[in-house]
Ligand binder design. Sequence first.
Ligand code: GDD
Ligand code: MN
Length: 398
Amino acid sequence: MSTAKTKKEIAVLVIPTYNEADNIGKMIEYLNTKTFPYIESKKEGLTSDWDMKILVVDANSPDGTGQVVDKLSKKYQNTYLYKETSKDGLGAAYFKGFKYAMDELKADYVFEFDADFQHPPETLPSMLKAMEEGYDYCIGSRKIKGGAEPEGRDFMRMMMTEAGGLLARFILFFPFKHFFDVTDPTTGLKVTRVKGFIDQLDMEFSHLYSKKFGYKVQLLSETLAMGAKFKEVPLKFENRTSGESKFESDTTTEILMSCIKTRWFDPTTQKFLKFGTVGFVGYVVNATTLALFSNLWNIEWLSWLLSTELAIISNFTLNNLWTFKKDAISGISQLISKFVQFNITSAGALAIQIIAGTVGVYFLGAEYRQLLLPFIIVFLVLPYNWTMYNKIIWKKKN
Ligand code: GDD
Ligand code: MN
């Protein structure tokens, strides 16, 4: 038999607490005596040797939560207490926890996990399984088959959660693929691979739009933007058995604001806004030079040709210097060949407009001509140009 032991995979459950004295002791005992032995015995198809650790990040709770954890950390070698000096919010607590888990506990994976048994520990093995399968990010969802909201929630509360979740998805991701495949954007149960993801995060609190509950949607969006391969597993969200929720009256607004800021400052959004601005400048160049040339000479086709080409030059130059600055084209031969490509894709856009316009007027009638134009631009020309620019002209270099 080989003596070389395979390296154990270290997974750290980061559990933030504020006044959870009634829960945290039970949780630590439960995890150490039931859940972890179950994982160790490789149930549910697990194959790795998992080294499970608990890191409680306590916000200096006045109810003695810290003392409970301190005591248990002497009983269980894998259980650690990180003492915060004050209650800085859930997001801040997680970031402190992530840093400690990476630097001190050598975590390969970090979990976001609640102390109050609302996240059933029974969900953990399936999440570890996802990591073994090569996923980078696994999320507990209340919205997929097998997942659920706590029983006995009144209709209004259910509708609020439902609408809130949908709104968050819309703000964060619409119309891209994660709008459809992230079913529970505000869920609190997650596991993330450290290498390539948690270790790539900006760990300064100042980078968080919200240090409270709102951190979660920003982290979700940023992790997915890093290209994390992600999977959802069903989460049966339970009722709180003891203690009180830290959800405050302004928490919903705070999460909503965090969604808006996350989307607004997202690099792709910023790029899209610049792309739109450049397109508008192109239109202005086109219109003004068309008027100018028409005054200078009487050759209609030449005025159109030159003014259109000037708009194309303006679009190409401004997009290269501004919108796609990070992937800017340089060097004379590259510039020439890309500019030729750009003219071809622009001709494509023109063709789309001509065909859609002609077909549209044919079916709807000439009275819809002017109304048709903005629709064609927004739903056909813009997506076409955006795709061509991103996938062909300013294709990412790496
Ligand atoms: N250290 C620290 N600092 N811990 C905190 C803080 C804080 O400021 N605020 C809350 N916690 C701890 C709680 O003690 C608990 O262990 C965990 O974070 C979750 O807080 P709850 O107050 O139980 O949140 P919730 O049940 O209302 O919300 C849950 O569901 C939401 C989705 O509906 C959480 O999982 C949220 O993350 C999730 O968005
Ligand atoms: Mn809770």
